[in-house]
Write a protein that binds this ligand. Structure first.
Ligand code: FDA
Length: 302
């Protein structure tokens, strides 16, 4: 399968049954990055991650939904997931996408759904992260975050260093003591609004991270697998005593995660699960050329 074909797939919302052949081909690699397709597999994996010393950020896969039925299904799943954390003694929280909660349908509807989800989490003493999606949703995502955060503080938002606007967004979020998860960014954005070269994206990440270490009064998350940035965060943490954690995706840089854990840092794993695993997995495939080699090997049965 060509890289451009995968790019096209990554943009769409797919269920396994829509694209059985592609799913069949990609799943052997994708399963490294997801806990499985069911809630019980997510709980089972979370227990293992906790036993190894990591907390978890559970994500029920799904994005860009267009029907109230799908939104309701996601909300019910997240409530059920939150309800299962305590009885299973899971150290962790959840992370959701606003387009999964109805952002493409109606902003007020999405805000109401998020507020309900966050209230439920709050009653159970749990935290909720909001994933950041493609840039067309950034304004609304930040606005809705601000609204939800004004009601309840157990919520954080992801900010992407590849977007030129992110410095301004972080500025704004720091003024309300918002909780920020800093990532590089996973979508294909135009040059007009995004840094495109690795050098520029990393430079902006480093700059925004310094800002967080210097000025954040709240929890923040250094969410990158990049050694250089991780070790820069380690250095900064020695200069600034902050409430921060390292966050990694499931199945990526396991040795680095362990090294940080062994040095006494808080490390959390983002653990996606569910049937809509294809768009997420395509984004992961595209991030590292050698993943295509893995895909090729798995297709050849090696
Ligand atoms: P970079 O891509 O430069 O990778 C650094 C090194 O990590 C690579 O050299 C390689 O060794 C390893 N690596 C990275 N990706 C890999 C892969 N797929 N397979 C194998 N090795 C890989 N994005 C977004 O737009 N919105 C969001 O809400 C989130 N949420 C999120 C949460 C958490 C906890 C993390 C860690 C990441 C995200 N992301 C995200 C994804 C993020 O934007 C980005 O796409 C990936 O983390 C890859 O970027 P790195 O920072 O790892 O750097």
């Amino acid at each position: 399968m060509s890289k451009s074909a995968l790019n096209r797939l990554g943009k769409k919302h797919f269920r396994m049954t829509n694209v059985p052949l592609v799913s069949f081909l990609v799943y052997p690699v994708a399963k490294n990055w997801i806990a499985g397709q069911s809630i019980s597999e997510a709980i089972k994996y979370s227990k293992l991650a906790n036993a190894r010393g990591f907390s978890v950020i559970l994500n029920y896969l799904g994005e860009e939904v267009d029907t109230a039925k799908e939104v309701q299904e996601a909300l019910t799943e997240y409530e059920h997931l939150l309800d299962l954390l305590q009885p299973n003694r899971i150290v962790g929280c959840i992370s959701a996408k606003l387009t999964q909660l109805g952002l493409r349908m109606d902003k007020d509807y999405c805000t109401k759904n998020l507020v309900e989800m966050v209230s439920h989490a709050s009653r159970l003493g749990r935290f909720v992260w909001i994933d950041m999606e493609s840039s067309k949703f950034a304004d609304d995502t930040i606005r809705i975050y601000e609204k939800a955060f004004s009601r309840s503080k157990n919520i954080g938002i992801c900010i992407q260093s590849y977007l030129r606007r992110s410095e301004h967004d972080i500025e704004k979020l720091l003024r309300i003591d918002g909780k920020i998860r800093l990532v590089k960014g996973a979508y294909n954005e135009p040059t007009t609004i995004a840094y495109k070269s690795r050098k520029e994206i990393d430079k902006n990440y480093a700059k925004l991270m310094v800002r967080l270490f210097k000025d954040s009064k709240s929890l923040f998350s250094v969410a990158t697998h990049d050694d250089r940035l991780v070790y820069e965060a380690v250095r900064l943490s020695k200069e600034h005593a902050k409430n921060f954690e390292f966050a990694f995706l499931k199945g990526i840089r396991d040795n680095l995660k362990l090294r940080l854990l062994n040095k006494g840092y808080r490390v959390t794993e983002y653990v996606p699960y569910g049937q809509n695993w294809l768009p997420y997995s395509v984004r992961r495939l595209r991030e590292k050329p050698s993943n295509f080699l893995l895909l090729g090997r798995s297709l050849l049965g090696k």
